[in-house]
Design a protein around this ligand. Structure first.
Ligand SMILES: [Zn+2]
Ligand SMILES: [Zn+2]
Length: 286
């Protein structure tokens, strides 16, 4: 298969199934040939296509996992796709949405915004020794190998590989560098971890969309929920809207209802199984 044919294949990701393992094999072979001929630009072009394959594949896998309610693993795959995009953007513009990359980039943000995860563990490491992933030379301040992190050499991405490090601590943070370390509760018995997060917003969204490249959007809107649902709250208690330190009587009791934040999904092609208007709203789990 020629490079142009591969590009064509990757461009049609939203309409047909792609055999990624076959493509990976072909690209690997072509890259080895390019390196042998010292064709640096071609090797780099092939690296770009390899990244595109990985990003598409991870996104598609994440979408399937969300559908199967395997939410945490889907989250990690979205994170991997996001990191892949970050490296790729230095060398390739995704703005024209070739290979659906702009779509994937934007939709990852949207999924992340409706995931219930808010707290993460962040490990603080002191790097003691690192080496260049291209030539393997150990980093020294005054004696650099000349390779630049994030650049492509012979069709490979240059990164620092940390070979020795010391863990100095673990912090709980809201916006971590890496989003894998979600804070889960430990279950009462044994070693198991419990997933107590409320994924109802994601589940609801998944009922509305069928295909990974269906267009949808999300809005956060404030709506008023009837006071009847908050009868157990006394007027002197903290307001059930959770947005203030004021008491119920000082805050929402003066309004037509209790202020609640809703996810509002706007779906282009709602699933046929359920009849719904194009714009629907559900409660955001706090
Ligand atoms: Zn190097
Ligand atoms: Zn209130």
């Amino acid at each position: 298969m020629e490079i142009d044919k591969i590009k064509e294949e990757l461009s049609s990701v939203s309409t047909k199934e792609i055999n990624y393992s076959e493509l990976a094999e072909i690209l690997k072979r072509k890259k080895a040939e390019a390196v042998k001929l010292s064709d640096e630009p071609l090797a780099k072009e092939i690296w770009i296509l390899e990244q595109v394959c990985k990003i598409q594949q991870r996104y598609l896998e994440a979408f399937n996992k969300i559908k199967q309610r395997d939410f945490y693993n889907a989250w990690c795959l979205l994170e991997k796709a996001e990191i892949g995009l970050l490296f790729l953007k230095k060398h390739f513009s995704i703005n024209e949405n070739p290979y659906q990359l702009k779509f994937i980039n934007d939709v990852i943000r949207k999924y992340q915004s409706i995931y219930p995860y808010r707290l993460f563990f962040s490990t603080e490491l002191i790097e003691k020794e690192k080496e260049c992933s291209i030539c393997g030379k150990v980093y020294k301040l005054r004696d650099s190998c000349g390779h630049i992190t994030g650049e492509i050499y012979n069709g490979e991405l240059c990164l620092w590989k940390v070979t020795k490090s010391e863990l100095v601590g673990v912090a709980v943070v809201e916006n971590p560098v890496h989003k894998y370390a979600v804070a889960f509760l430990k279950s009462g018995e044994g070693e198991g971890v419990e997933d107590n997060y409320d994924y109802s917003s994601l589940e609801y969204l998944m009922k509305l969309i069928n295909q990974p490249f269906d267009t949808w959007d999300i809005d956060f809107v404030v709506k008023y929920v009837s006071h009847n649902l908050f009868k157990t709250y006394s007027p002197d208690e903290t307001c059930p809207c959770n947005q203030t330190d004021k008491t119920y009587s000082e805050c929402c009791l003066k309004e037509k209802g209790v202020k609640s934040l809703f996810h509002e999904f706007v779906v282009e092609k709602p699933s046929k199984e359920i009849i719904l208007p194009n714009s629907i709203a559900i409660k955001l789990s706090k």
